[in-house]
Every structure is written in C-alpha cells, then in structure tokens.
Write a protein that binds this ligand. Structure first.
Ligand code: ZN
Length: 694
C-alpha cells in the first residue's frame, strides 16, 4: 500500500486539527483501509473552552461521517480529562457511556463523537488512526489469526480479543497500551487495526506500513490458495447474462422489496465473478461479516442464490422467490431467538425486526446484486461487499475463514449505537425507491417533469430523440440533486425496438420499473381539407403509436415485476374541446386518451394505474409551438404576439399555465398520494369549461 503523505500539502494545515483532517482524507481515500463511513481518527490538542479556560481536548471523528470527505467541523472537541476519568470505572452501559461523552462535549452543536471515543482517550499517544483494513481483517478473521499476526508483527502490534465497540473495548485497549506503551498499535480481533504516534504523519505512516506487511504476507499465501476452490459454475456469455437479468431482475427486485421497495445494482468484476462461481462461495459467504462495521450495510450474510444445475439458467423465478423468502424466514428466526436479550438491553424495551430481506445477492454465473433505497446506497452496500469478498478470499488462502458467532453478530446488527449511524442519513424523499421514464424530456414540459421527479427522490431516465439534449439535461439535474440520479436515453418512441432497448436499460441499471410519463408529442396545424396524409400519419405515429409502444413495453415489465406501477399520459385539452385546424393533433390525442383508459381497465387488477393529464396553452420552453404559433394564431383570428394572452384570457382563472404546474400534477399521479386513482383525466389548464372532463 502506498504512503500518500505529501509534505507540501500537509504544510498547508494551520494546526493539529488541520493535519488530522488532511491525514483522515488520505485514510478515507484508500478503500482498502476503510469502506464508506468506517474507521476513525483523532488528535489531542489544547484549546480554549467557552469561558476562555485552556483545556486538553480530544478531536475525534463524529459518528456517521465519512473520512474521505473530512472537514474540520466533522471532528467534535471533547474534554480529554473528562473522558479519561471514565478509565476508573469498572462498567458502563452504552447509554451511560453516550451520556457521559455528551457531558464532555465542548461544543453543543458538534456531531456526536464516534462510539470509539473512549478508546482514543485511553491511549496517551497524540494521534490515533483506526481502520478496518482488508489485509488486517484477512488475518484476524481466521482460526489462527492471533498466531499469524504474531508471525508478521512480533511485539510491534498488540492483540485485543473481540468485544463489541464501547466501554469494555476501550478499557481493554487502554490496559493493553499501559502494559506495553512501546508498541506501535494493536490489532482488534474481527475488527481492525489501530496505530498511534506523537503526530498525524507517523500515525498514518504506521498504518500504511503495517497494512503493507500484511498485504505482502497475504500475496505469498494467496498464490498457494490453500482452501480456495476452483470455479464450478458456468459463466454466462454477455448476451446470455443480459437475457437472464432482463428476465429475473424484476422478479428478484420484487422478492427483496416485500418490506420496502429497493433498487438493485449489478457488480460483475473479474474478482466478483471468481468468487460467485467458486464452489466454496456458498459456504464461505454464510460464515459472517468481515467486520461488524460491514454488517450494518450488508447484513450478516449475503443470499447465495444456488442454481440446481451448473448454470444460472437452471434457476426459475419460483426458485428465486423461494430462496429469498427462506432467507427472510431465517432472519426472523434469528431475530426471535435473541429478541428477549435485545429487549432487556434497550431502555424503551421495544425491539423491532430490521428489514429481513437480503442486501447482497450472489448469483453464480451472473455476479453480485446489491440492494438499496437508491443506486447510491446500493453502491455503498456493493462496494462494502466487494471488500468482504476480498477479505474472505484472502483469509481462506491462509486459513479457514472465521467471523463473529451468531450471538455476537446479532448483538452488533441490532446495536442501537450502530443503528444510530443509519438514522443520520437524509430522510427519504417522497419518490425515493422508485424508478421510471419520462419521454420527450428535452421539451419544456418534459424537462420540468424530469426535474420535479428527480427532486422528489426518484431515479429518472429521460428519453428523447435528441440524445445530446437529454445528456446535457441529465448532467444539469444531477448537478442539483446528486450524481447518478438521472440517466439520459436516446429513444425514438415510434420505433418498437428503440423503445424496448430504452426500457431494458432501466431494468438493467436499477432492477425494475415503477412509472412512465409518456409525454413525447408533435403538433401540426392544418384544416382537414388541406391536410396531407403524411402529416396525419406523422401525428398518429408520435401522438398515438408512440404512447402505445412505450406503455405496452412498460406494462410487460411491470406485470412481470408484480409491484404495481403508475403510467401517466400527457394528453391535451384538445381531446375534450378540439379547435379547428388542429385535426391531426386532436384526433391522435383522442386515440391516446382512449388507449390510456383501456390500459387502466386491463391493468387495474395488477395494481398498475394509468392516468391522463390535459394541459392547455403551456408555452414556456415548449418546442411544440415552434412552427405552429403563426398558424394557431391565424385559426383564432389574432396576431401571433397575442397568442399567450389569448390562452390566459380564455381560462376561468385567467392564469398562465406553466410546465411546473404539469410537473406537479404528474408527481401527484406517480406518488402514492393518488394510490386509489386510475383511468382519470386531470386538467391543468386554469379551467376551460368546454374541456371539463365528463
Ligand atoms: Zn472500528
């Protein structure tokens, strides 16, 4: 492992806290040292408190923050002498410890210090680096971990047996340190590494040095592959895998979404494939987590989806559902077994079962699927499990892999101190956990809908004929709502294969599909007397056939997924109150509405809702008016400049209808607020009495 310390960069730090931030970012930037949110660092300083008195202060990472993104504010100041007083205590419950630490906090607005705060306080050295390094875990998570560690490090690193983080662990670490202060750090069994030194640079460098030594040892052992078996499962071809995923991803998504909907993200790097295809993976993946910290995101075990034959093609949808359900039942049994102990340890006495469905699914021949409320959280799960795989494979190369016992794992999985970290996540937005498509997204209404849905937490695939435009729009929206929320798709809604490809890309990226906003449209102005067949057909091709193709494909996926769904057609006021010279448009839009109603009739029993929105006179950013503005004005016998005023004046509320108004209605129809509404026309037109739905 490379030492990334750069003296020029570190010289920019103005004090010890600045150096701690710098070294913390270095630690966080190396995923082999700690995965998202894991590990912690500290320094000891002297600072003035709010009364101006000098105090010895421990600056330690706050709970739930990520080292890679460290800033000064992420390191709460804690009264060091206050913390060290706790060393005299024999016992402390978690709650007593949290309360005690809260009283030592010198800034009431600072985040809660890491749960390992006392451990940092009980060691005299100034700077402490604590990581869950893969290489160290590969050694401690074996039956002979202690003797292997001794072989590599001699007396340089001490060994502390496993105990859940908290007062006892801090006390054990403090005692181990006092007995042997000349050691450079210690290994926490089944947990990770701690190094200490008089300054941040040395503490960081020691971590790198110790991990590198473990890596070198493992590299030699890995070649021997003592306990690791050769692949036994058939790896599918690219096309075969695509077919498998398209068929079974919606089934799997539904199966793991029984408590709450989730999206699924695929991982199939060579390392992942080597793991899932090996015979031993079925066993090793069921031993337990690489570290308690991993378990918070990945649960204690992955689900190993075992095919009856040598290929994943031998799995059926029913097999998948059965295996997922069995996993959940096992979790329930495990929960019930230890629930009474949990109840006793909780002050409020309520013990709720966590979502019992798997977060990681290993599919031989296909890869690994990580589940989360959105792709970002699924990626945290996936990346953590990639490290678990690396630890399991390395550990198995030197010795038999070993993890926490079932009881210890439960104690950790349901530990309120650890669950607290999850409670710091931003609250879920209304459309979080949902995935869907908006067509015609480059136009004014489409853009507003895409923005609205993305801001409401959904993953939105924005489609248009003009791929460049939607690409740019996706970047723009992602800039505002966070990377990876919106994806651009080039799609011709009049071409069945283009539509199929677009919808397939949604399933392959997220595991399923929850909604469609079918919005793409074209307008043509001409009296029927003068209307050319070509223009008539073009209007029908986009304004009727386009909606048919998109909805047909969507319904096929939604029915396979069995999670219901919501389809919204953007229709037009013209459907109910047509105007002259707008025949090709209005007739095709009327067909669209009838199509929507039939879809509602055919799909209600599957929980798929289909609703229509009739907007009127939406000008802002709309491409629809290009080229027809003059004609439309002429039909009404007014000048084209006055056209917008004309629309404003013809509605009851004398109001301008904006793309955002349509987007608001769409969001309502996609959300569960409209759970009992289907086959309905919602007008967004300021009130046009001729166009009242009836
Ligand atoms: Zn830790």
């Amino acid at each position: 492992m490379k030492n990334l310390w750069n003296s020029k960069e570190s010289a920019k730090a103005k004090d010890k806290l600045g150096l701690l931030v710098y070294s913390s970012r270095l630690v966080g930037s190396e995923p082999k040292l700690c995965v998202w949110g894991g590990g912690n660092t500290s320094t000891k300083t002297v600072e003035r408190d709010h009364l101006g008195a000098e105090r010895r202060v421990l600056r330690i990472k706050g709970s739930g923050s990520d080292l890679k993104q460290s800033e000064r504010k992420h390191f709460p100041p804690v009264d060091l002498d206050g913390l060290r007083y706790a060393f005299r205590f024999k016992k402390m419950t978690d709650q007593e410890m949290v309360d005690f630490v809260a009283r030592c906090l010198l800034d009431p607005k600072a985040p809660r210090p890491s749960i390992e705060v006392l451990l940092h306080a009980f060691v005299d050295e100034i700077d402490i680096t604590h990581t869950h390094a893969d290489a160290i875990l590969s050694i401690t998570n074996t039956h002979h971990g202690k003797s292997i560690a001794r072989e590599i490090y001699g007396d340089e690193l001490l060994w502390v047996p496993y105990v859940k983080p908290g007062f006892t662990l801090a006390k054990w670490v403090g005692k181990a340190y006092q007995k042997c202060p000349e050691a450079k750090g210690l290994i926490l069994e089944n947990h990770g590494l701690i190094t200490w030194a008089e300054d941040a640079k040395t503490s960081y460098s020691l971590t790198i040095q110790m991990v590198s030594r473990a890596e070198r040892y493992l590299a030699v052992q890995r070649k021997k592959r003592k306990y690791w078996s050769a692949p036994v499962y058939i790896r599918l071809s690219r096309a075969g895998k695509r077919k498998w995923l398209l068929r079974y991803l919606p089934v799997l998504r539904r199966a793991v979404s029984q408590r709450q909907p989730a999206v699924l993200k695929l991982y199939d790097s060579p390392q992942v494939m080597e793991f899932v295809n090996a015979r031993d993976a079925a066993k090793v993946s069921q031993v337990g987590p690489a570290t308690p910290d991993h378990m918070l995101r990945t649960k204690r075990h992955a689900l190993y989806l075992k095919p009856p034959g040598k290929s994943p093609e031998s799995l059926t949808g029913a097999d998948i559902v059965r295996q997922v359900n069995r996993y959940a039942q096992k979790h329930e049994t495990y929960f019930l077994k230890y629930r009474s102990e949990l109840k006793r340890s909780l002050s409020n006495g309520s013990a709720q079962m966590l979502d019992p469905y798997p977060k990681v699914i290993l599919v031989p021949g296909v890869g690994m699927l990580a589940s989360g409320r959105d792709l970002k959280s699924a990626a945290i799960v996936g990346e953590i499990y990639e490290h678990s795989i690396s630890v399991m494979v390395s550990a198995t190369s030197v010795d038999r892999y070993r993890s926490l016992t079932e009881r210890l794992a439960f104690e950790m999985e349901y530990w309120p101190m650890e669950l607290y970290k999850l409670s710091l996540q931003p609250p879920e937005a209304e459309l979080s956990r949902r995935v869907g498509l908006v067509t015609g997204a480059a136009g004014g209404i489409g853009k507003a809908i895409a923005r609205h849905l993305a801001a409401s937490g959904a993953h939105v695939f924005i489609a248009d004929l003009d791929g460049k435009k939607v690409s740019k729009l996706a970047d723009e929206i992602n800039e505002q709502v966070g990377k990876g929320r919106v994806f651009a798709v080039t799609m011709d809604v009049t071409d069945a294969s283009s539509v199929t490809r677009g919808l397939e890309s949604i399933v392959l990226t997220t595991g399923g599909l929850d909604f469609i906003v079918s919005n793409a449209g074209v307008a043509h102005v001409s009296s029927i007397e003068l209307l050319h067949e070509r223009d008539w057909e073009k209007s029908f091709s986009v304004n009727a056939r386009g909606h048919f193709l998109v909805a047909r494909e969507a319904v096929r996926i939604m029915r396979r997924q069995v999670m219901g769904g919501s389809i919204v057609f953007i229709a037009s006021k013209n459907v109910l109150a047509p105007g002259k010279d707008f025949g090709a448009y209005s007739a095709a839009k009327a067909a669209q509405v009838q199509l929507g109603r039939i879809l509602a009739i055919e799909n209600g029993e599957f929980g798929i809702r289909v609703n229509l929105i009739n907007p009127d006179g939406v000008f802002e950013g709309s491409g629809l008016w290009n080229g027809i503005r003059e004609n439309r004005a002429r039909s009404y016998g007014i000048s084209s400049k006055r056209l917008e005023d004309f629309y404003v004046n013809r509605n009851l509320m004398k109001t301008r209808v904006l793309p955002e108004d349509v987007a608001e209605a769409v969001t309502y129809l996609i959300s569960s607020r409209s759970a009992k509404t289907t086959g309905c026309i919602l007008t967004v037109d300021g009130g046009v009495k001729e166009a009242f739905p009836r």
